[in-house]
Design a protein around this ligand. Sequence first.
Ligand SMILES: [Fe+2]
Ligand SMILES: [Fe+2]
Length: 286
Amino acid sequence: MIKIAAIGDIHGGFDETDIALFNKSDYDLILVVGDLPGRTHTGTNEIARRIAQLTKPVYFIPGNHDGVTMIQLLAELKQSESLIERAHKKQFRLCEQLKQALGPAQYCGYSIHPIEVRDIRFTLLAGRPHSMGGAPLSYKPYLEARFGVSTMDQSESLLKRLIDKSESPILVLAHNGPTGLGSSRDDIFGCDFKPDQGDFGDPDLEEALKYARSVGKRVLGVVAGHMHHKIRGGGERVTLLERDRALYVNAARVPRIFKDQGKVMRHHVRLLLGPDELKAEPTYWS
Ligand SMILES: [Fe+2]
Ligand SMILES: [Fe+2]
């Protein structure tokens, strides 16, 4: 089996100890689902430079907090078309800086990466970058300029084209998971910040996964984050779910580094990938 570490929303929680632990671990590769900056929306490139020190192959997809300004983030939250248009221009430079800071780590998004380890092969398919969840297409001006994607339908089509180019089996890396996995606040990608709750997954990704299955491509699973484990109003969401022979992983344990009974704990999800199976286990290093 290929051993893969999935690191959820980092939000400032990735330090020198993490670098040392992952570098001496038995992992073959590391997936980082995005959202690097801390609470004040700063420190993105600092965290990226730490990720760059990992000696294993790393695949990173930007989240809604990465390579964007605070004003952009607020504009997206408000869905203010005019502010989104005015605020988006810095994203090109910020994303370039982030890419540089990540060094040898692969900067992914709408991309496919054939991987082979010890005779086991799979395609890592990275979904839509900078996803913020739900129906609106987040960071549209950037996606349009960079990928020619300005609607959710166009995003779905691009993902389907990537699936056509992918060899089975496929593992998906995304910032947010797909729709279709539940609409309660404690569902794996359920909305916990609206009174009506709802499904806060990515609709383009759900359609792309349906398409993959319809054309006979084997999807082993989806590794994502974004919808933090602790939910508003108390409780924890579902973080692992098996559906249609695929395993859905929400790795967003925030904070990633925390104290439990005086001990510092560090979270990630350990994945084992075989030619026709994917297993996941939440892992805490102390
Ligand atoms: Fe996050
Ligand atoms: Fe996020």
